[in-house]
Design a binder for this molecule. Structure first.
Ligand code: ZN
Length: 217
């Protein structure tokens, strides 16, 4: 009747990432699917974006028994926390990561993961896959402009100083290029810019590019 009290005395060593495969191990061709729902026991990721400790994780796993091991194909859904690398706004975004890894029965240097005591531990491949999937420099939005260096406020428009800070140098260079051309070949028109010397062509192209860019600002 009351058979459960003793069970609580069993050592609680189980990680939510551990999957017991005793019933399928060695049965090549067998397949098993399971859904693991748990809260991340530890934070995953050391950078600006990460899965925070305690964040719900949903792990859909398909285990296929092969002759030399267990192939685990998994899809993880959780949320990425962190902050925008430009404006430091807190981030909370859905995160989905897929991976497939073979857990070998026997030690194999070509394979990273092994079956231990009829279990597979999905934590290392989950960590590896999540860390790879997390953005190195997460942003709140692709066109985030960052912070105003003077006020520390989040910018809603590009800084106006940026355009003048770049323009004078290129304006000077453009003038230099023009005067050189004029001095060397005073008689040629603009269609002769693509002349015999490659350096002139490149200089001319570059000047045009920067004129176009500054014109937009
Ligand atoms: Zn931002």
């Amino acid at each position: 009747m009351h058979s459960e009290p003793r069970a609580y005395n069993l050592p609680v060593t189980s990680s939510p990432y551990l999957v017991n495969i005793a019933t399928i191990v060695g049965k090549a061709g067998t397949m098993r699917t399971l859904e693991l729902d748990f809260d991340a026991p530890e934070r995953i990721g050391e950078g600006l974006g990460y899965i925070e400790k305690g964040t719900p994780i949903e792990l859909d796993v398909r285990l296929e028994v092969l002759h030399d091991g267990i192939l685990a194909t998994a899809s993880l859904e959780s949320r990425m926390s962190g902050e925008c690398s430009r404006c430091l706004t807190p981030l909370d975004e859905p995160l989905r990561v897929d991976f497939a890894e073979l857990f070998a029965y026997a030690r194999d240097e070509a394979l990273e993961y092994e079956v231990h005591d009829d279990t597979v531990d999905l934590e290392p491949p989950v960590r590896d896959a999540v860390v790879l999937a997390l953005p190195f420099q997460p942003v709140c939005r692709p066109d985030c402009l960052g912070l105003d260096p003077e006020t520390g406020e989040k910018l809603v428009e590009p800084l106006e100083e940026q355009a003048p800070a770049v323009d004078p140098r290129w304006a000077a260079l453009a003038g230099f290029g023009a005067s050189t051309e004029a001095a060397e070949e005073p008689a040629t028109g603009s269609e002769e810019v693509a002349g015999p010397r490659e350096t002139d062509v490149r200089e001319g192209t570059r000047n045009h590019d920067y004129k176009g860019e500054s014109g937009q600002r």
